[in-house]
Structure formats: C-alpha cells, structure tokens
Design a protein around this ligand. Structure first.
Ligand code: 5GP
Length: 210
C-alpha cells in the first residue's frame, strides 16, 4: 500500500536554530524540502534556488496574482512564500515535504492542508535567542530588535502548533522531530486505508476452511 506523504511545517523564533535543524533533516534523504520565494536580499553564502528563489517585489506579486503560491506572508518588510508546484508533486508521490516558514504562512497551510503537521522550534530562553541572533552576525542590531519583537508577538500563536521542540542541542532536536514524524505516520487517522485493507483480508480469511 502506498504511503501518503505528510506536509511538515517547521516554524520557530528567528535565531532558534530551525534552519540548521531542517538542513540536518534534509541530509537524511528522508524528506523533501520546499524552497521558498522571497524578496529578501541573499545573505553571504546563500544560493539561488537552494536557499530561496530571490525575487523582485513585482515578480513575487505576479506569483500571488497567478495563484502560484500555497501561502505567503510579509515578514519584517519582505515577502516570503511557498511555490505550489513542488509541494503538490512531492506529496502526490508519497514524499514527506518540509516547509520552513513563519507562523502566518503556517496557519494558511493548515487551512488548505488540515492534516499537515505543525512543529514549533524555540531556544530554551529569550536571552539565548538574542545571543544566537547576535552571534550569527547576519543582521544589523535594528533588524535583530525587529525580529525579537516579532517573536514576542508570535508567542500566543504557538497554541496552534502540534508540537514544540526546545532546541538545546542540534542532534537531540533533529532526533525529536524525526521521532514526531515517525509517530505521525502511525496515527490511526492517517491509516484508514490500512484498516479497510485488513478488514477485507479478515473477511476473506474467515470465509475459508481451517
Ligand atoms: P529569513 O529571512 O531568516 O531566511 O526568514 C525569515 C522568516 O521567514 C523565517 O521565520 C522563515 O521560516 C520564514 N519563511 C521562509 N520561507 C517562507 C515562506 O515560504 N513562507 C512563509 N510564510 N515564511 C517563510
């Protein structure tokens, strides 16, 4: 019986380390990663079509108009969005697909794909998040402050997620998320076809002689 792919959404505070966790999960070759489109400028070392599709605002707005995105959001003055095509193709082929997206997008996805799995990643303390952002050195202090304020505004919406993972060590966090995904595949609600198949098999079996 063909396994159904799960749409896995990983969100988290900026600086919580979700990007590194997601990269590790992808290295396992068990999951497909959706590459988002954004109007944010590429950071040093970021590559087109690998980290993001880096677009001009007009190009992004055209994608919205043409209904080419599953979801999109404006985050700290830039657009971010998930192209539809890749996700739909992968799910259709039974692959688990990871989206690393912020909350507004995550909630839009849940509306369209009610059985998607929502995981939120945080660092153990607010102070740790601030230090990680400063240490990363990719954003100015103003942008860091904006991202911390944004994180504070997001706290209540964590209730809409299925799981919260405290990233206190990369290997553990990756293992925990992996375990969550394995368990998710074994949910009774996701295995209705298996139940039907077993029922049919039992009915056949019980018709026969012993
Ligand atoms: P960053 O600029 O640090 O790469 O990303 C900023 C935020 O945008 C992060 O929380 C990241 O998860 C989120 N993000 C990245 N891609 C997407 C997307 O396609 N849609 C949405 N809604 N958020 C995204």
């Amino acid at each position: 019986m063909k396994r159904k792919g799960i749409l896995i959404i990983i969100s988290g505070f900026s600086g919580a380390g979700k990007g590194t966790i997601v990269r590790k999960l992808i290295e396992s070759n068990l999951f497909s990663l959706s590459v988002s489109a954004t109007t944010r400028k590429a950071r040093v070392g970021e590559k087109e079509a690998e980290h993001y599709y880096f677009l001009e605002r007009e190009e992004f707005e055209r994608m919205i108009e043409n209904d080419e995105l599953i979801e999109w959001a404006n985050y700290c003055d830039n657009y971010y969005g998930t192209p539809k095509k890749y996700v739909n193709e992968k799910l259709k082929n039974g692959n688990d697909v990871i989206l690393e997206i912020e909350m507004h997008g995550a909630l839009q996805v849940r509306e369209k794909f009610p059985d998607s799995l929502l995981v939120f990643v945080t660092a153990p303390t607010a102070n740790e998040i601030k230090h990680r952002l400063i240490h990363r050195g990719t954003e100015t202090i103003e942008v860091i402050k904006k991202r911390l304020e944004k994180s504070y505004q997001e706290i209540d919406a964590i209730d809409d997620y299925d799981y919260i993972v405290v990233n206190d060590g990369l290997e553990d966090s990756v293992a925990h998320i992996h375990a969550i995904i394995i368990a998710e595949h074994e949910r009774v609600a996701r295995n209705k076809d298996l139940k039907k198949k077993l029922k049919r098999e039992f009915e056949e079996l019980l018709k026969g002689d012993y």
